[in-house]
Design a protein around this ligand. Structure first.
Ligand code: NDP
Length: 230
């Protein structure tokens, strides 16, 4: 499979790269600063035929288009796009919210994934089995009594809706789009007190990707393949 991953330099994104390489997938690993992505660089030396590293700050339209051109010149299709890059600015409670920070979170977590999906739509359609996995969170769920983390929750809820609409539009072309809660994962974002390892989450996400059928498009999954409540 040919796979594009955003935010691939650390955390869950890097875990996804490891999983894909184990399976001998062709991985286009994107991150903001390839020159500082030391783990990715090492992996690239070990797997020069399978892995390439690409510059992508997901907020930069010019970089999205340049990456699209670059990948389109190398392959005639893309089976999997994983919009993994995300931000969670902690401690922004009521009284501390600013439009600037709220919009920044919304840009990275919700708008960028849909713009990237839009840009790579042609390659996903061309592969005849395109799948888009947008990494959301259980904190996006409208059930229960959500408290705090206004920007993070709202941005991921927006991502969920973007994905459902996208799924409708891409269904006639055979492209699947889903949102995935990766679990509470031991990363810089999740913290070391989290409940599952990067490896467990990433393995589950790739297994989920493998098993997705067109009738799953527009659904909200957990990393273990079960469905999540909206
Ligand atoms: P980390 O904070 O460990 O890593 C975040 C990644 O996103 C980094 O690679 C970071 O790059 C990248 N990123 C942030 N902003 C941008 C940007 N503008 N352009 C490109 N890349 C960017 O997070 P996790 O690995 O834990 O999270 C990955 C995804 O999983 C996120 O979408 C997150 O919301 C979601 N998630 C995580 C959970 C957890 O428990 N860990 C729980 C639920 C959801 P850089 O190094 O340059 O900052």
């Amino acid at each position: 499979m040919r796979v594009l991953i955003t935010g691939a330099n650390r955390g869950i994104g890097l875990g996804l790269v490891h999983q894909c390489l184990k399976r001998k997938d062709r991985v286009f690993a994107s991150c903001r600063a390839p020159n500082r992505a030391t783990e990715l660089q090492t992996l690239c030396k070990d797997h020069p035929d399978l892995l390439s590293i690409h510059t992508l700050d997901v907020r930069e339209a010019g970089q999205i288009e340049a990456l699209h051109q670059d990948i389109g010149a190398q392959v005639d299709g893309l089976e999997v796009l994983i919009n993994n890059a995300g931000v969670y600015y902690r401690g922004l409670s009521l009284g501390e919210l600013t439009a600037e920070r709220s919009l920044e979170t919304m840009h990275v977590n919700a708008v960028a994934p849909i713009i990237i999906a839009q840009s790579f739509m042609d390659l996903l359609i061309a592969s005849k089995s395109g799948k888009i996995l947008n990494i959301s969170t259980g904190m996006s769920s409208m059930t229960g009594s959500p408290s705090g983390a206004y920007d993070y929750r709202a941005s991921k809820t927006a991502l969920n809706m973007y994905t459902r609409v996208l799924a409708q539009d891409l269904r006639p072309f055979g492209v699947i789009a889903v949102v995935v809660n990766p679990g509470w994962v031991k990363t810089d974002m999740g913290g070391q007190g989290a409940s599952i390892s990067v490896e467990e989450s990433a393995r589950g996400i790739m297994k989920l990707a493998d098993g997705l059928k067109l009738q799953d498009s527009g659904k909200f999954f957990q990393w273990d393949g079960t469905e999540h409540v909206w």
